[in-house]
Ligand binder design. Structure first.
Ligand SMILES: *Cc1c(COP(=O)(O)O)cnc(C)c1O
Length: 408
């Protein structure tokens, strides 16, 4: 029996398990020395000066927005094609998400659409470009537009640990080095490039942001006597100048993170090989479109999104999904555009039709399984299954009848 194949999964080996066991035997279960070691490893890899590890990617986005000073009355620009957290982080602080439509070829936020939003909205505090599927967004164009207006850039690189971007002067930079942003956010959820179970991090080159992020991560507690408002009083003394959170990452998790970071390059290499294999296998079927990777960008291939024109082919995406599921292939769709969520519609007045490129992508997109442990043979099996099930779904009178009813 073939095992079921999900769209993504973790890679855990005996080294990882040993690292976690040894952390469990240490003095520190919550944040301790392994947190600093993990942060150092993130800095070493990305090239950022500072890293702050925290509870998860959503907490990282929340901390980054708060450190950026996002608050009531502000707007925060992000892509409608992302996970809920990229917009919720603004909402937590009383700000409004301002979506800007995507580029239909790269599936990333369109710099032209960002520019249009900036021209018509004077209250934009931050832009959160998302590196969709691991492909860096057009950071040079976005940062030009933002910097001349003094707007903070927070990269949502939850898909993109291991991605590379070539700058105008020809230098390759890593996602997370913040050469085009103020802060970059990562997630270590099991389907991401590396995992700590749950986990996240923010990188920055700005010392003030770094200090603020660390304070906010742990209740807003200030321990440096030089910063005290009421002067040094006693050894146990600390102050709180504004409330923070408990968004710490435990040393047990950081042990896993340190161990996983050592394998990150291998993980990314395997993802790139699989992406090349899929691209080759799918190139015979011109109706299937893959994500365009512009010159000067290397994706981390968190996802392998493809576009299939189901409507034109008379195929019900839902029916086809269940045919693939019957074969043990658990696909996923990234994402239901955020402006179609009831909350964003009710609270901020978004409507269906607002972002046509995002909606068009949603109707066609599926994410094929991609993760280091997926075999070449499985990728071949998945590709064949896509073609044979599409042929079946197109020929099935049941599926056509249902489509007709839906369209009537
Ligand atoms: C995974 C993800 C997040 C949230 O990360 P968590 O660690 O699950 O909280 C945010 N943004 C994007 C684009 C993601 O894929």
């Amino acid at each position: 029996m073939r095992r079921t194949i999900s769209y993504g999964r973790q890679t855990i080996d005996e080294d990882d398990i040993r690292a976690v066991i040894s952390a469990l035997r240490s003095d520190h279960l919550t944040q301790g020395p392994l947190c600093e070691e993990f942060e150092k490893a993130i800095c070493g890899y990305t090239g950022a000066r500072y890293a702050v590890a925290c509870a998860n990617g959503t907490a990282a986005l929340h901390l980054a927005c708060m450190a950026a000073g996002v608050g009531k009355g502000d707007s925060v620009i992000t892509s409608p094609v992302t996970f809920l957290a990229s917009a919720n982080c603004a909402v937590y602080l009383g700000a409004a998400p301002l979506f800007a439509d995507i580029d239909p070829l790269t599936f990333n936020i369109s710099p032209d659409e960002v520019e249009k939003k900036l021209k018509c909205n004077s209250n934009v505090k931050a832009i959160i470009p998302v590196h969709f599927a691991g492909l860096p967004a057009d950071m040079e164009a976005i940062s030009k537009a933002a910097r001349k207006r003094g707007i903070v850039i927070i990269e949502d690189a939850c898909h993109a640990l291991g991605a590379l971007l070539r700058t105008d002067n020809g230098k390759w930079t890593r996602a997370g080095d913040c050469s085009h942003s103020d802060m970059t956010v990562f997630s270590f959820h099991p389907v991401k490039s590396i995992t700590t179970g749950e986990g996240g991090a923010i990188t920055t080159n700005d010392r003030k942001l770094y200090e603020r992020l660390k304070t906010l991560r742990a209740h807003g507690v200030v321990k440096d006597p030089a910063s005290f408002v009421n002067g040094t009083q006693a050894p146990w003394y600390y102050e709180m100048h504004s409330p923070g959170f408990n968004y710490r990452l435990s040393d047990v998790q950081c042990a896993l993170g340190v161990s996983q970071m050592r394998k990150l390059d291998k993980f990314i290499e395997r993802r790139r090989d699989l992406a090349a294999l899929y691209s080759g296998l799918l190139s015979k079927y011109s109706f299937i479109k893959t994500q365009m990777v512009p010159d000067g960008r290397l994706s981390a291939f968190h996802l392998f999104p493809v576009r299939i024109p189901f409507r034109d082919m008379g195929v019900s995406k839902k029916e086809w999904f269940s045919l693939m599921d019957d074969l043990g292939i658990r696909l996923q769709v990234h994402y239901i555009p955020l402006h179609l969520q009831p909350f964003f519609q009710n609270e901020f007045g978004y409507r269906k039709g607002d972002f046509p490129a995002a909606e068009e992508l949603y109707s066609e997109e599926v994410s094929l399984p991609i993760y280091p442990l997926l075999t070449d043979e499985e990728a071949g099996f998945i590709t064949e299954a896509i073609i044979s099930t599409i042929a079946c779904a197109a020929a099935s009178p049941k599926s056509i009848a249902r489509e007709d009813r839906a369209g009537a």
